[in-house]
Design a protein around this ligand. Structure first.
Ligand SMILES: [Zn+2]
Ligand SMILES: [Zn+2]
Length: 156
C-alpha cells in the first residue's frame, strides 16, 4: 500500500517525507525540510513542525494552537517558487501553500511566504519569525554565538 506524499513531490510518502517524520533520516536541504514541514501540517504531525524549528524557539511555540490550526485547515497543495543559498549555513525558500477558504466559500487561498532556514550541526531548521526574537545585539537564536543582527537576523 503506497500513497503519494502530501508535499506533492510526485513520490510515494514512504520514499519522500515519511523517513523525515519518523526521524529515520534528516532532510539534506532547506527545501527538503520545507516540504517535509508542509507534509507534516497536512498530516497533522505537529511534533515534527515543532522539532524542525530552531531548538531555542521550540519552547515559544504553542503546540495546541498549531494543532488547532492544522485541524481546521484543509491544505490543497504546495508550490516551491525559489530556493536560495544565502551563506554557508543559511538558505531561504519561497513558496506558496494553498488551502481552502472558510466553509461556504468555495475558493482556494494561498499563503505566500519566504522562509529562512539555518543549519546547526549539519541539520537544517526553520527560523520562526513570528515568535519573540532577540534584539539585534543579543546572541542569535541559532546558537552560532554571533549577534542576532550578523546572523539569522540579517535575513529576517
Ligand atoms: Zn514529501
Ligand atoms: Zn543565527
Amino acid at each position: 500500500m503506497t500513497s503519494l506524499c502530501p508535499c506533492q513531490s510526485g513520490l510515494d510518502y514512504q520514499n519522500c517525507c515519511q523517513p523525515f517524520h519518523l526521524g529515520e533520516r534528516l532532510p539534506e536541504s532547506a527545501t527538503q525540510l520545507m516540504r517535509s514541514r508542509y507534509a507534516a501540517y497536512v498530516l497533522k504531525q505537529i511534533d515534527y513542525v515543532i522539532n524542525s524549528t530552531v531548538p531555542s524557539q521550540q519552547k515559544l511555540l504553542d503546540a495546541n494552537l498549531l494543532q488547532e490550526w492544522a485541524d481546521s485547515t484543509q491544505w490543497l497543495g504546495l508550490q516551491i517558487l525559489r530556493a536560495q543559498t544565502l551563506d554557508k549555513t543559511h538558505s531561504a525558500v519561497e513558496f506558496k501553500a494553498f488551502f481552502a477558504g472558510k466553509a461556504g466559500e468555495n475558493n482556494k487561498q494561498a499563503h505566500h511566504e519566504l522562509s529562512l532556514f539555518v543549519q546547526i550541526d549539519q541539520r537544517w531548521y526553520f527560523v520562526d519569525p513570528t515568535v519573540p526574537l532577540p534584539t539585534m545585539k543579543q546572541p542569535c537564536v541559532c546558537g552560532s554565538g554571533k549577534k542576532f543582527k550578523y546572523c539569522c537576523g540579517a535575513y529576517l
